[in-house]
Design a protein around this ligand. Structure first.
Ligand code: SF4
Ligand code: SF4
Length: 136
C-alpha cells in the first residue's frame, strides 16, 4: 500500500460522471479529499490523497486521464524547523487550510501535516524562515 497526492483538474462535462466512485470500486483506491474547488458547470480542481496498491493507483490515474482529467502528482511537502519556532503566530494567519494553528492550552504553534495543501504561503510569512519545500 502506498499514499500519493495528486492535483486533479477536470473539465465541466466530467461533473456528472462518478469518477471517484470508479476509483474506489474498480481500483480499490481509498480517496481523501484535502481541498476542493468545484463549481457546477465549470472547470474544477481537487487535491486528493490516494491510498492503495501502486499498480492500482497508476491504473486509476490512467483512467482519470482517459476521461480528460489532468492529474499532477504532488511530490513535495513542507518542512518546518519546529525547534526554532518562537510561536509568534504569523504563519497561522495565512494558512487557510488550517494546518497551522495556535494551541489554546499553551499558545504554542501546532502543525497538522495531514491538513497541509502545500500552498507555500507560510514560507514568506515566517520572520525566521522556518518553512521550506521538501521535494521527494
Ligand atoms: S504550505 Fe500552506 S497549507 Fe501548508 S502549512 Fe504552509 S500555509 Fe499551511
Ligand atoms: S511564523 Fe515562524 S516563528 Fe512564528 S509561529 Fe510560525 S513558524 Fe513559528
Amino acid at each position: 500500500m502506498i499514499k500519493k497526492r495528486y492535483i486533479l483538474n477536470f473539465p465541466p462535462q466530467s461533473g456528472d460522471k462518478p469518477l471517484s466512485y470508479q476509483l474506489v470500486r474498480d481500483y480499490d483506491i481509498r480517496i481523501n479529499i484535502l481541498k476542493a474547488e468545484v463549481y457546477p458547470g465549470k472547470r474544477g480542481s481537487l487535491l486528493l490523497e490516494l491510498q492503495g496498491k501502486k499498480e492500482n493507483i497508476e491504473k486509476g490515474v490512467k483512467y482519470l486521464t482517459e476521461h480528460q482529467v489532468i492529474c499532477e502528482p504532488l511530490d513535495k511537502r513542507i518542512h518546518f524547523q519546529e525547534e526554532k519556532c518562537i510561536d509568534c503566530g504569523n504563519c497561522t494567519a495565512v494558512c487557510f487550510a488550517g494546518a497551522l494553528t495556535m494551541s489554546k492550552k499553551n499558545w504554542k504553534l501546532e502543525f497538522d501535516k495531514s491538513k497541509c495543501v502545500v500552498c507555500e504561503l507560510c514560507i514568506p510569512a515566517c520572520p525566521l524562515h522556518l518553512f521550506e519545500i521538501d521535494f521527494r
